[in-house]
Design a protein around this ligand. Structure first.
Ligand code: SAM
Length: 253
């Protein structure tokens, strides 16, 4: 299924700028910040950059906007990004087929975009090609513990579960943690139903693909909501403190 990131690009940008995307603010960005290298004087590629808000985050780690290039497949997101961040170069393109020469970038950053590719192996090969020697690639993905589950009804409540029945019924398995698989989910942001499809794989699935692409894996993190979340939404905090919604790899060419 083709996701339409052109729809709601403006609404998504407003929510991001105003800190109204809890998964970004309390879970994903803190994880990415904890793994970010020093970006002073680095030539940077932003992979699946959306409307470009991550350029501001990277500046806080020493990056220079004039040395950044953002790429996204959504024309509308790139048009908004160009208008909002005129010092940054943005291009429309596919992360599995990058329009850049080899050995171009010191750092490739990607937030919650690689899981939209059905062929992450191609993405990793492409990122490896455009990175300079010793260049770093930091990226985040959805975590399978959240997305590879099935719904189960227990005492009248619906739970998202991964596991198997106990005793005689151990072959009754809920979830597909070990299978790289497309998932389609309805998100209810902006009071509008937005259906998105993405591909979920286990940490070891991605680890093997990264090694196959010749990357050295330097760091791996599973997300955890930060303490600040408690004051805003205690239920969101409880869920995202104990269960990782996202995961991130830091790799080196
Ligand atoms: C969840 S958004 C993340 C945007 C931004 N990185 C952020 O964190 O705000 C995912 C982005 O990936 C982009 N995307 C999906 N498939 C892509 C592809 N094959 N090549 C480039 N970008 C893609 C979408 O258009 C969308 O802007």
């Amino acid at each position: 299924m083709q996701n339409d990131y052109d729809n709601y690009a403006k609404e998504r940008q407003e929510k991001l700028i105003n800190g109204m995307m809890p998964s970004h603010r309390f879970v994903e960005k803190p994880m990415m910040k904890s793994m970010m290298p020093n970006l002073k004087n680095k030539k940077i590629l932003l992979l699946g950059c959306g409307t470009g808000e991550e350029t501001n985050l990277l500046v806080t780690f020493g990056a220079d906007k004039e040395k950044m290039v953002g790429i996204d497949i959504s024309k509308e997101s790139i048009a908004i990004a160009k208008k909002t961040y005129p010092n940054v170069e943005f291009v429309v393109g596919d992360m599995a087929n990058l329009p850049f020469d080899e050995n171009t970038f010191d750092f490739v950053y990607s937030s919650l975009a690689v899981h939209y590719s059905a062929t992450p192996d191609k993405v990793y090969n492409e990122v490896y090609r455009v990175l300079k020697k010793d260049g770093l690639f930091l990226f985040s993905l959805v975590h399978p513990i959240r997305w590879s589950s099935n719904h189960a009804n227990i005492d009248g409540k619906t739970y998202r579960l991964i596991g198997c029945a106990r005793d005689d019924n151990e072959s009754e398995v809920l979830g597909n943690y070990n299978t790289f698989k497309e998932h389609t989910h309805d998100f209810f942001s902006w009071n509008i139903k937005e259906t998105l499809s993405f591909y979920v794989g286990s940490p070891s699935f991605h680890f093997k693909l990264l090694r196959k692409a010749n990357f050295e894996v330097l760091d791996f993190t599973e997300s955890m909501a930060v303490e600040e979340t408690k004051e805003v939404d205690i239920n969101y905090y409880k869920k995202n403190k104990e269960l990782p919604q996202f995961m991130a790899f830091l790799t080196k060419k």
